[in-house]
Design a protein around this ligand. Structure first.
Ligand code: HXC
Length: 294
């Protein structure tokens, strides 16, 4: 396990690896994306952090900028659900930072809900943030990425490989994000742009995981992870550095789970160690009743 507070594996990456590069990151104020951007900025990049709430994006940018004096990090308010909003954010990034080399599509929304309680609007809300939002950010950055022969990383998940209880909306959205990355790999490969997915498993200390799981479930279910622990944001940062580094120049269309091997266990356990009560509900009685009539 890496040391708490460490931003990425020390001694592994060259200082100034990303000097002169600019990253545009949606969801950049969130725990995972801000760790990615911090690592890139420490290694020489400049960055634009895009978030729905201006004050939060600006505060995150200020914190990240302080990690490398002389770096340029701007916080820009923008809603990934609007392509026009993304175009405005791109224009400001280019005006202030000059170019875009790296796109990280990290904005996501989620909550736990049984299918029966999920309204069409609730489903659409998550699709709009995760999937349409990734499309909109890519669309808005497209010309800059073509110009720089840039790189894209989509932040997806592993929960859709086998499905996950209470996550119909996120499962559908993240499956779409993986497909979007494949399309960008195919269509932009000839231009020299790479497109890859990082699929985090459970990452300790993220706001999302904290909100979606109670502590006892965490402690129990990490025993189901082959590497026997939750991941850290610095391990997502390491994967990001690698995929944006020259060492990954022939990698495109890849899905890189950073999950301690957990997705291989999804046929055994999806969320938690027991079938969630709110999925069973009345359904189990209906199944038992139907089975008794066979
Ligand atoms: C059922 C819910 C709900 C819930 C919202 N809705 N929360 N339905 N259970 N817990 C429904 C609402 O009733 C409404 O439908 C619709 O969703 C839109 O809700 P709004 O609150 O109006 O939407 P909005 O303000 O845009 O909020 C978006 C949000 C919100 C996704 C619902 O939670 C959000 O922005 N969260 C912050 C970002 C976040 O969650 N980040 C963590 C990502 S972790 P009706 O029908 O009433 O109009 C992640 C990891 C994936 O993505 C993998 C994890 C395992």
């Amino acid at each position: 396990m890496d040391e708490p507070g460490r931003l990425f594996s020390s001694g592994t990456w060259a200082p100034n690896l990303f000097a002169g590069k600019v990253v545009f990151c949606t969801g950049g104020a969130g725990t995972i994306c801000s760790a990615q951007v911090k690592a890139l900025v420490i290694l020489g990049a400049n960055a634009a952090i895009i978030g729905r709430r201006s004050a939060i994006a600006t505060a995150a940018a200020k914190e990240i900028q302080s990690l490398r004096p002389g770096s340029l990090v701007v916080g820009i308010s923008g809603d990934v659900r609007s392509v026009d909003s993304m175009k405005v954010a791109v224009a400001r990034t280019v005006k202030e930072l000059g170019r875009i080399d790296f796109l990280i599509c990290g904005a996501a929304g989620n909550f736990l809900s049984p299918f029966d309680n999920l309204s069409a609007n609730a489903f659409k809300t998550v699709i709009d943030i995760d999937l349409l939002g990734s499309f909109n950010a890519t669309k808005a950055c497209a010309d800059e990425l073509k110009r720089s022969r840039g790189r894209i990383i989509y932040i997806s998940a592993t929960l859709h490989y086998a499905g996950a209880a209470l996550q119909t909306h996120a499962v559908a959205a993240k499956a779409g994000v993986d497909a979007l990355s494949s399309q960008m790999c195919i269509e932009y490969g000839p231009i020299g742009v790479t497109s890859n997915v990082i699929a985090p498993g459970g990452i300790a200390r993220t706001e999302g995981l904290t909100r979606l799981n109670d502590k006892s479930t965490w402690t129990k279910s990490q025993k189901m992870i082959p590497l026997q622990r939750w991941g850290t944001v610095s391990e997502i940062a390491d994967a990001t550095i690698f995929l944006f580094s020259p060492a990954a120049k022939y990698i495109s269309g890849a899905i890189v789970p950073v999950d301690g091997g957990a997705w291989h266990m999804q046929s055994v356990v999806t969320s938690g160690t027991e079938y969630p009560e709110n999925v069973l509900g009345d359904g189990i009685n209906r199944v038992e009743e139907a089975a008794s009539k066979l």
